[in-house]
Ligand binder design. Structure first.
Ligand code: AMP
Length: 489
């Protein structure tokens, strides 16, 4: 105890964290600040904006949350209805949930209220939660855009803004929503933008919304944690199932994340594993939020040894103690490889990442090797072996067809379906709507909800999909872009 306190006095206290917050970091087991925290916390406490290049696992959540908590807890003012003092935008629901969990742990003993505004779950409870106003709102951009437009959330009082995993929000088509949301917050706000990579669009976004930011960076782009042992297994697609099952028979694989490129691919891996006697949970964008959370909880508490996931669904997930990451397929984007394998080897623990590579995926493998600046050693080569005998799978294509059918049914018959379902079909109604208001004006300060609601024109969004929610089924809701519907998740 004493040593922990003294470590904290040298550590978080030296960064300017005091009182209940200091105690909470200690209770959370944060003895010493991580590099991103040591760099970003004092600057934010001094009121500076932050541009951070950091991946999940770096400790960035506490790096942006602690200063916000410190500043908000010092405020004497009352919260106004439907407002949020601080807003944290995250690309996926899972990441948002995780951020809220971390904030709750760090805000222990403080009177700080939080709310989650996410797609894919009922909006009514979110509206209710926002009604009296909250200290910290954690949101995905799509649903937040809806609630701002409807006047259920007002951003004019938001003086702290965090964009977490900005590159992923860009990938998911949220960039215009993010820009508009940022503009709707208080003009005199403090902003932090974190991104694992810094493509030109993110640099441009940062220039637009950050004021003279302090740059913090914990690992050069594209590098992977040194603690992760990486290798490749050469196997044809037809061989991969057997290769995976053989690997999973090793009890050293105590907690395994298996990545598949597509939602159907992930489902197929789970079915094949079940046929081979392995139980596995799965998360991807066609699963309900509850199912995803249940799968994640089972994996996190150790009751489920194997979690199969797509890239975007798994993005930002922080489960300690993952022993192995297996890439059943190579990802389409080489950067995703870095994110995938970053699930293991956390907090200095060792981890193993094994990638199954079909000859058709060689080009993708080369891209990965370029980005990580190393050649992956070959752990095993099955290419000279015959393919395993195919098992009769008479019902499988039907399952695939059935998987698609409920989506059609829901789309036609049940308004308010989740965004993954809606994301499937091009919108055949009135395209070109702009969900935010006016003639391209700024959405800053008070009265933003009026501007969000005005005259849609479709600025800056790809041809979208209809919103399943009844009240927006008609003209009022002319346009949906890619929202909380991840591309591949
Ligand atoms: P993040 O990058 O925010 O997802 O954090 C990754 C993990 O590091 C989480 O499990 C945190 O609880 C943990 N963590 C964050 N800061 C510290 C710290 N100073 N000491 C130990 N663990 C930490």
């Amino acid at each position: 105890m004493n040593t922990e306190i003294s470590a904290n006095l040298e550590g978080f206290a030296s960064l300017g964290i005091t009182g209940a917050l200091l105690k909470a970091t200690e209770a959370a087991g944060f003895d010493m600040p991580k590099p991103i925290q040591a760099q970003a916390i004092p600057a934010q406490l001094a009121g500076r904006d932050i541009l951070g290049v950091a991946q999940t696992g770096s400790g960035k959540t506490a790096a942006f949350s602690l200063p916000i908590l410190a500043r908000i807890s010092a405020l004497g003012t009352k919260r106004l209805p439907r407002t949020a003092r601080a807003l944290i935008l995250a690309p996926t629901r899972e990441l948002a949930v995780q951020i809220e969990e971390t904030i709750r742990v760090l805000a222990k003993g403080m009177h700080i209220s939080t709310a989650l505004v996410l797609g894919g779950v009922s909006r009514n409870s979110q509206v209710k939660r926002m009604a009296p106003g909250v200290d910290i709102l954690i949101a995905t951009p799509g649903r937040l855009t809806d609630l701002v437009r409807e006047g259920e959330v007002k951003l004019g009082e938001t003086r702290w803004l965090v964009l977490d995993e900005a590159d992923r929000m860009l990938d998911m088509g949220f960039i215009n929503d993010v820009k508009r949301i940022a503009k709707a917050t208080h003009a005199d706000r403090q902003t932090a933008l974190f991104s694992a990579t810094m493509p030109a669009e993110i640099e441009q976004l940062a220039r637009g919304i950050l004021k003279d930011p302090v740059h913090v960076e914990v690992a050069p782009q594209g590098t992977t944690a040194a603690e992760i042992k990486q290798s490749v297994v050469l196997a044809r697609l037809k061989q991969k199932r057997k290769v995976l099952s053989t690997m999973l028979a090793d009890p050293a694989m105590s907690s395994v994340m298996v990545f598949a490129r597509t939602k159907h691919g992930a489902d197929r891996v789970v079915r094949d594993l079940e046929r081979d006697g392995f139980k596995a949970a799965v998360i991807h964008g066609n699963k309900s939020q509850n199912a995803r959370q249940k799968a994640l909880n089972g994996f996190r508490d150790g009751s489920m040894r194997i979690l199969v996931a797509t890239d975007i669904a798994a993005r930002g997930i922080d489960v300690p103690g993952i022993s192995h990451v297996i890439n059943f397929d190579l990802p389409d984007e080489a950067e995703s490889y870095v994110h995938r394998i970053g699930r293991t080897g956390r907090n200095g623990a060792s981890g193993t990442a094994i990638t199954l590579c079909d000859p058709n995926e060689n080009a993708k493998l080369r891209s990965v090797e370029r980005i990580i600046r190393m050649k992956l050693p070959v752990l095993a080569d099955h290419l000279g072996e015959p393919d395993p005998q195919p098992e009769p799978r008479s019902h499988e294509p039907r399952e695939d067809r059935d998987a698609a059918r409920p989506r059609e049914h829901h789309r036609a018959g049940r308004p308010g379906g989740d965004k993954q379902r809606q994301g499937k079909k091009p919108f055949s109604g009135k395209p070109g709507g702009k969900r935010f208001g006016g003639q391209g004006e700024r959405f800053g300060g008070q009265g933003d909800q009026q501007r969000f609601a005005g005259n849609p024109t479709g600025e800056g969004r790809p041809a979208g999909q209809p919103n399943g929610e009844k009240r927006f089924a008609g003209k009022k809701r002319p346009f949906r872009g890619r929202r909380n519907a991840p591309r591949a998740a």
